[in-house]
Design a protein around this ligand. Structure first.
Ligand code: TYD
Length: 198
């Protein structure tokens, strides 16, 4: 069974619905699971949200995401040690995929830079579900949200998705690709099998 599992994908890909569905099913089946997310709802997470909503400098935004994560990892480590199954809606791969787009004109090879910057302070997920959905469809799903942030634009998300696919190609063992156009129930069942297999 996997102890630390992350859910990734572009905005509107459905990862929050899927992670919640998996969490509920695990609990129903008697497993001790925790569902957590990033940006967190702590003071650091609030700063992150401000960075996004008010279009702060990309480097500042990057450090805010990383600070929020490093603090969060302390909690995640405790839950894993207590033998819980920890499900996390967004984690380090979000930073590699999103901030690499924000930093593309500022830093050479941003994914490499981002990994060097914070990999030593975090723990690696055992399994990462990458929810893949056509960008137009994903944007269609979130168009009724009250506030769309600057990340939720077609060109930006196309690049983010490309980064995610690249990251998945580097670590085929850890990443499981999810066709997010399928029904939530089907996807949840697929995730359950992967999490519970030895
Ligand atoms: P999230 O809370 O998942 O979005 P939503 O409010 O739609 O549920 O994440 C907020 C935004 O932050 C989203 O556009 C993805 C982005 N993000 C990054 O750019 N880097 C990161 O490291 C993380 C965790 C999120």
């Amino acid at each position: 069974m996997k102890r630390f599992v992350t859910f990734e994908g572009i905005d509107g890909s459905g990862k929050s619905t899927i992670s919640k569905g998996v969490y509920e099913k695990l609990k129903k089946e008697g497993y001790d699971a925790i569902l957590t997310f990033e940006p967190t709802d702590t003071e650091l997470g609030k700063i992150v949200k401000k960075c996004i909503e008010e279009n702060y400098d990309p480097v500042v935004t990057t450090f805010a995401f990383i600070a929020d994560r490093i603090q969060h990892v302390g909690e995640i480590k405790k839950w894993v040690k207590d033998n819980k199954i920890v499900l996390c809606d967004r984690y380090a791969d979000s930073t590699y995929a999103y901030q690499a787009v924000q930093l593309e004109d500022i830093i050479e090879n941003p994914i490499k830079w981002l990994k060097e910057l914070h990999d030593r302070f975090i723990i690696k997920p055992e399994l990462t579900f990458l929810c893949v959905l056509d960008v137009d469809k994903a944007l269609g799903r979130i168009k009724n949200r009250e506030k769309l942030v600057s990340f939720e634009r077609k060109e930006f998300l196309e690049k983010v998705q490309k980064n995610y696919l690249h990251l998945a190609s580097l670590e085929r063992e850890r990443f499981v690709m999810i066709d997010a156009s399928k029904s939530v129930n089907k996807i949840v069942d697929e995730c359950m099998v992967k999490i519970l297999e030895r």
